[in-house]
Design a protein around this ligand. Structure first.
Ligand code: COA
Ligand code: NAP
Length: 283
């Protein structure tokens, strides 16, 4: 299990800095935000649901003593993202660390996936990541900041029922490399973090039925699910000076799980195809 990031990294690592985090109101990206704030950062968290963001911002401020600005925006809409960046700049005057983590996913075999459903996930995960990076380029040039794209490992194989998310995350990984090439000249580093199965998150609830957890854990080389704390450590490392010569790469934090393709998706494909479109998989 992971120890607190302050056991490993200096507590004032990000003092005076500001993080802009899409998806920061819940799950993994909320944990990433809390880790950055714990080390001295202020933060802006962005997603579609203002009430969720307001509650999360209060929790993050209480946990860290730093300031968190909650801003509602849909990453699919460039104008809303630009407006969120403007609000961040009006409040804090800088953005040093961009975490692009907003995403959507569900299990669906391609033959049961509507054209609109495929587009929705591409629009959120891939185009949303592009929209967010592009809107933050000027502030990041000023701060010589860094970008962390939250990706995944399911695109490393032909993971069943993930044509939409695998295509989107592969695109995100391509974007990580291209943006690292283009933005390095401004002192901006661009990397990705690819979480494996992280316990207690919306992602794992959607992709892995609870009755499959024990069998699945036996297929993971380190024999446990990941924690949000595991992703926090990777975030602090990449955003810190310790990562200053690291760009254009994806840090996989998955206990080695992607190397074993015995995932719930592989195990559940036949069942889901038999159950039909939009079935809640009871695998
Ligand atoms: N299986 C198959 N299709 C699905 C689906 C599912 N479980 N859930 C949604 N869809 C389809 C919808 O039917 C719709 O297609 P249609 O108009 O042809 O019927 C399309 O996806 C868009 O759905 P909608 O609910 O209108 O989209 P949205 O933009 O509000 O939501 C989602 C985006 C679908 C990705 C939604 O799951 C979401 O908001 N997720 C965010 C949280 C999340 O997924 N967290 C885990 C991150 S790993
Ligand atoms: P989560 O809590 O559902 O996080 C997704 C976030 O994205 C939510 O806060 C959601 O908030 C926001 N979002 C969705 N659509 C949006 C949109 N159109 N515009 C703006 N914000 C939007 O899920 P999670 O499991 O923690 O996943 C976080 C990240 O980790 C994702 O990038 C995911 O792909 C990645 N990941 C997770 C796992 C895992 O095991 N959980 C594994 C691999 C990768 P709103 O609904 O309020 O908009």
């Amino acid at each position: 299990m992971s120890v607190p990031t302050t056991d490993v990294f200096r507590a004032d690592l990000f003092k005076g800095k500001v993080a802009f985090v899409t998806g920061g109101g819940s799950g993994i990206c909320k944990g990433m935000t809390e880790a950055l704030m714990r080390h001295g950062c202020d933060a802006v968290i962005v997603s579609r649901t203002q009430s969720k963001l307001d509650a999360a911002a209060k929790e993050l401020e209480a946990a860290t003593g730093r300031t968190c600005l909650p801003v509602a925006a849909d990453v699919r809409n460039p104008q809303e993202v630009i407006a969120a960046v403007d609000k961040a700049m009006a409040k804090f005057g800088r953005i040093d660390i961009l975490v692009a983590g907003a995403a959507g996913n569900f299990l669906a075999p391609a033959e049961h996936l509507s054209y609109r459903a495929f587009s929705s996930v591409i629009d959120i995960d891939l185009k949303g990541t592009f929209n967010t990076i592009k809107a933050c380029i000027e502030p990041l040039k000023q701060s010589k900041g860094c970008v962390i794209n939250v990706t995944a490992t399911l695109q490393y194989a032909g993971t069943p029922m993930q044509s939409h998310a695998a295509s989107a995350k592969n695109g995100v990984d391509a974007l990580t490399k291209v943006m690292a090439m283009e933005l390095g000249r401004y002192g901006i580093r661009v990397n990705g973090i690819a979480p494996g199965p992280i316990e207690g998150t919306e992602g794992i609830t959607r992709l892995m039925p609870p009755n499959m957890t024990a069998d699945y854990i036996n297929t993971i080389p380190v024999r446990r699910l990941g924690t949000i704390g595991d992703i926090e450590h990777a975030t602090v490392y990449l955003a810190s000076e310790a990562g200053s010569y690291v760009t254009g790469t994806v840090l996989v934090v998955d206990g080695g799980s992607w190397m074993n393709q015995n995932t719930p998706m592989w195990m559940g494909l036949e069942m889901m195809l038999q159950q039909g479109p939009r079935s809640k998989a009871k695998m």
